[in-house]
Design a binder for this molecule. Structure first.
Ligand code: M6R
Length: 606
């Protein structure tokens, strides 16, 4: 993952670099570092852990220099410590890197043979020494060109040179990189978001391109070193302000914001006066589409799985779903009549982007369901359906998940109605139910006490299971993922009907098992599966909906009842208690809820 920043200015840059690094921490928070050019040499300061640690260092406070680069790291090669933190420097060159150099072992061997001494365990350090080596015979542009040619893998790079007091080089292959323009200063950043407090004038580098950033102008080059002209985009200059308000964590705030997420989505896509769906400028005719493939990673993949159930219910389209890291390497049979939908909060997830890129190269129809509309996935997809949930800071995706499934549900309804697969009356009923959803979510959010109480049992257990059938199965997977990533408790999401094919062997006395069983078509079957786990000693937390019908089962440990709605919409309501369960369980354990260990908000390496 990792975030990079570079500033070439006439004023000291270290404080501004630190501020931008704080914005980039969503990309990695193992360690951070900064390097500036001062008094004819490269000064480098690095520290383990968060940017706060780096900021506290008295060395940074006194750091001089008007040209500098900075980095936040998510470790790929080598432990997350200050030696492996970036920048990595030789006497002449300093580099920050996001990505992975796949041939670093071979390159290192070659460079050691040439007398270069390595200090870290990282793949990045080979780039420093390669440039240093190439500079012995080449000028800056040629040494960069030659170095990039030798590298296999992915990278976004920021590079400064001891002997070039007015120059930063940026280069990109695979990992995103943006250039920003300011008054008598210019910038380099992993994304426009990191540069937003400085500028809204941005140029995005394409794969293979590199650039030379001087104080007063920027030059761009294609892979072969030819100078190219690039467009300057003017993005919205509004800088979103976010704080936790009265909440202890961003995640808690983001969970509570979900009624607003849904209201925003409904306002954007539902024509309430005509009971219709607005999807403006949809670039294809409906008879050009006979199947849909939905692709994402992690929580976004769960959104795809959720959507599969809705698309199959509401449309006659064939529906496939795929995990992006699998899709990108499989022998896919691309079909002209398939709509490929890429689901991503950040819009920067490397595997999802690679899957999109593959579809673009095969001239497929591509549609992005994303939150960050300035992201790579949004920019490069043919059509974009924004989620409109506002910035999500917590690493665990919450409001973006609800936003994604809302948009996918609306898309399924729209395509179903265009294909005449849904009767007008049913379509209108479903739209009316959707309009009520934010209120139902608000009510579900108040079910706090019980969830807080049961979370201790999950914390004491060796592991837990989340079971559901049909529409509830993707939510079971999502609930298990949330608990794993926040509380570091082993949790498995499973289709309830699959338990007796193996996982039932895991159930032992006192094991907490969440069973999702709203009163839908699957209810009776799920209740039978629940009885099977209770009979083997499981402590079942049943999440169902309010109903006058009694639950015909004994020995249920705890029951949580959400509101009642049409069965398509239960998944939205069931998600809330599961998000809260993970939150309270991590809170009791005292873990870092917004930045769980080993993770990052945006996964920009494959
Ligand atoms: O930004 P994206 O939606 O593409 O991210 C995909 C996953 O990395 C993400 O959903 C991840 O699984 C979350 N941390 C889960 O809470």
């Amino acid at each position: 993952m990792c975030g990079i920043i570079g500033i070439n200015s006439s004023k000291p840059v270290s404080a501004t670099i630190i501020n931008s690094l704080k914005k980039l921490e969503y990309r990695g928070y193992d360690s951070a570092g900064i390097a500036t050019l001062y008094d004819g040499s490269i000064n480098e300061i690095k520290s383990e852990g968060r940017v706060d640690n780096l900021e506290k260092s008295s060395l940074v406070k006194n750091m001089e220099g008007t040209v500098g680069i900075g980095h936040v790291r998510w470790a790929t090669h080598g432990l997350p410590n200050s030696i492996n933190a970036h920048p990595h420097s030789s006497q002449n060159v300093s580099v920050v890197h996001n990505g992975i150099i796949e041939n670093s072992t071979l390159l290192k061997k070659f460079l050691v043979g040439k007398g270069h001494k390595f200090k870290s365990q990282t793949d990045t350090e080979v780039i420093v020494h390669l440039i240093t080596e190439n500079l012995k015979t080449e000028n800056i542009v040629d040494s960069i060109k030659k170095t990039l040619k030798s590298l296999h893998g992915s990278f976004a790079l920021g590079i400064i040179f001891k002997d070039e007091p007015d120059l930063i080089v940026g280069a990109r292959r695979g990992s995103p990189l943006a250039v920003g323009y300011g008054p008598n200063e210019n910038y380099l950043g992993s994304d426009s978001y990191a540069l937003k407090s400085m500028t809204n004038k941005i140029t995005y580098l394409n794969d293979g391109e590199f650039c030379i950033i001087k104080k007063d102008h920027v030059e761009f080059f294609s892979e072969d070193g030819t100078k190219i002209n690039k467009k300057v985009l003017e993005l919205s200059s509004e800088e979103e302000k976010y704080d936790k308000g009265d909440f202890k964590h961003f995640m808690a705030k983001e969970i509570e914001e979900q009624p607003i997420t849904l209201k925003n989505g409904i306002k954007e896509y539902i024509d309430t006066s005509n009971n219709d769906i607005n999807i403006h400028n949809f670039p294809w005719k409906i008879n050009e589409i006979s199947s849909v493939t939905l692709i994402g990673c992690g929580t976004a993949y769960h959104s795809c799985l959720m959507a599969k159930y809705w698309f199959e219910e509401l449309t006659s389209l064939d529906v496939n779903i795929d995990i992006a890291s699998e899709f990108r390497y499989r022998k896919n049979r691309f079909k002209k009549d398939t709509l490929y939908v890429f689901v991503s909060q950040s819009g920067e997830t490397a595997d999802t982007y690679a899957a999109l890129d593959l579809c673009i190269k095969n001239n497929m129809k591509t549609c992005a369901v994303v939150n960050v509309i300035e992201s790579s996935i949004a920019r490069d997809s043919e059509f974009v359906l924004p989620i409109h949930c506002g910035t999500e800071i917590g690493v665990a995706s919450t409001k973006a998940f609800l936003g994604q499934i809302l948009i996918l549900y609306i898309l399924a309804l729209k395509l179903g109605s265009l294909k005449k697969d849904i009767e007008k009356k049913t379509f209108i009923e479903k739209i009316n139910d959707l309009k009520e959803l934010p209120k139902l979510i608000e009510k579900t959010l108040s079910l706090d006490n019980k969830i807080q109480a049961v979370s201790s049992t999950f914390n004491e257990a060796k592991g837990s299971m989340f079971l559901g059938r049909g529409f509830s199965f993707p939510i079971a997977l999502e609930g298990a993922l949330k608990l794993k990533e926040l509380s570091y408790i082993h949790a498995e999401g499973y289709p309830a009907g699959e338990m007796k094919h193996g996982p039932l062997a895991l159930i032992e006395e006192g094991m907490p098992v969440v069973v999702l069983a709203p009163r839908d078509d699957y209810y009776k079957k799920t209740i039978s599966n629940m009885q099977e786990v209770i009979a083997r000693g499981a402590k079942v937390l049943l999440i169902t909906n309010k109903s006058k019908d009694e639950i015909v089962s004994e020995n249920i440990w705890e029951t949580i009842e959400v509101e009642t709605t049409n069965e398509d919409l239960f998944p939205f309501l069931l998600t809330i208690p599961l998000q809260k369960l993970a939150y309270y369980s991590a809170l009791k354990k005292g873990f870092d809820i917004d930045k769980p260990r080993n993770l990052a908000k945006s996964v920009t390496v494959e």
